[in-house]
Write a protein that binds this ligand. Structure first.
Ligand code: SF4
Length: 338
């Protein structure tokens, strides 16, 4: 299939044929991450909290920060990643609503990422008392499982994700591209603080450049934004922050992989002759932005799943129940040890 083809419907079909009882969309976890992160940003701006706030959804980046910038960990958002938030919701909200003991749920995430395997074993990632996510498989591993099972992927029908957590927004979709998390969080912050009804289009932070900057006005205040992808670029940004933040950034997005998760270490490996001629990061990101542009709901707080979760389960954005299930903490690590 052409690079950049949206195969989520076939992936849901394949997972059911591999034996999974329920197949949910991690985009729901991305919407949840955005509303919690946008709320955290708004609170930090209003209450004089630590700024710039830095995104925390890339476990490769988080571990790099724990190893090399332990003095700056207070800048990281305390939000768990979409993988972990989704897992926490399955074993708390979904388990209780469906009368299932969370110990009987085995939750497997499909990710473009090898660092997600490490993330699901981190401390402080077990809202129900059991690990939020039991196993993370890469998209590359899933493709091998599909082939081993003898499924003809291209012939599978497109199937929907399971409800009630199968709903998502364009903001969640663009999470996979560098700049997407920043744009998604600013859409919701802009709606909450500036009363905007239309999604903010942050074109200055799209594209595959290693470091991108722009400025937005949020709540009557100018907010300087910086987006970095790839660890060498993360180092440039963090060294500037350690030197006193001369650029005056207020919000920073950092992704470990160059180009973001579309170019994650767990993605299918393309042969050299394709990598020489196709900009995989750009083609895959374009597929996400095209999908976002075609969606009716493009701001995370508008999602039906978010409205249901916050009316039936969580006690408000960043409330005690949400904080327990959806937020985490970081540790200064000794270099070259686990
Ligand atoms: S940027 Fe890379 S390490 Fe970070 S979550 Fe995405 S795939 Fe994983």
């Amino acid at each position: 299939m052409p690079i950049g083809t949206n195969v989520e419907g076939k992936m849901a079909a394949a997972l059911r044929r591999l034996g999974f009882d329920k197949v949910f969309d991690t985009n729901m976890g991305a919407d949840l991450t955005i509303v919690e992160e946008a709320n955290e940003l708004v609170q930090r701006i209003k209450n004089g909290g630590t700024l710039p706030m830095i995104t925390s959804c890339s476990p490769g980046w988080v571990k790099f920060a724990e190893l090399y910038y332990p003095d700056l960990l207070g800048h990281l958002s305390t939000c768990k990643s979409p993988q972990q938030m989704a897992g926490a919701v399955f074993k708390t909200f979904y388990a209780e609503k469906n009368g299932i003991d969370p110990k009987d749920i085995f939750s497997v995430s499909i990710m473009p990422c090898t660092a997600k395997k490490f993330e699901c074993g981190r401390d402080d990632q077990s809202a129900s008392g059991y690990p939020d996510v039991d196993v993370a498989l890469t998209t590359r591993e899933l493709s091998r499982m599909i082939m081993r099972a003898g499924l003809k992927f291209t012939a599978l029908p497109d199937e929907d994700f399971d409800d009630p957590l199968g709903d998502d927004t364009g903001a969640a979709v663009i999470f996979g591209a560098t700049g997407g998390v920043m744009e998604a969080a600013c859409r919701t912050a802009n709606a909450w603080l500036n009363g905007a009804n239309e999604p903010l289009e942050l074109k200055a932070v799209r594209g595959t450049a290693g470091i991108k900057e722009t400025t937005v006005v949020v709540g009557g205040q100018e907010l300087k934004l910086c987006v970095a992808s790839g660890i060498s670029n993360a180092k440039i940004v963090m060294d500037k922050l350690r030197a006193g933040n001369p650029e005056g950034w207020g919000f920073i997005e950092i992704m470990c992989c160059p180009g973001g998760c579309v170019n994650g270490g767990g993605q299918p490996i393309q042969p050299q002759y394709i990598r020489d001629t196709v900009d995989l990061k750009a083609v895959r990101a374009k597929a996400l932005y095209d999908q976002d542009a075609a969606m009716t709901l493009r701001m995370s707080h508008e999602s039906k799943a978010m409205k249901m979760l916050y009316s039936e389960w969580f006690d408000g954005y960043g409330g005690p129940k949400a904080h327990h299930a959806l937020h985490t903490s970081y540790v200064a690590r000794e270099k070259f040890k686990k």
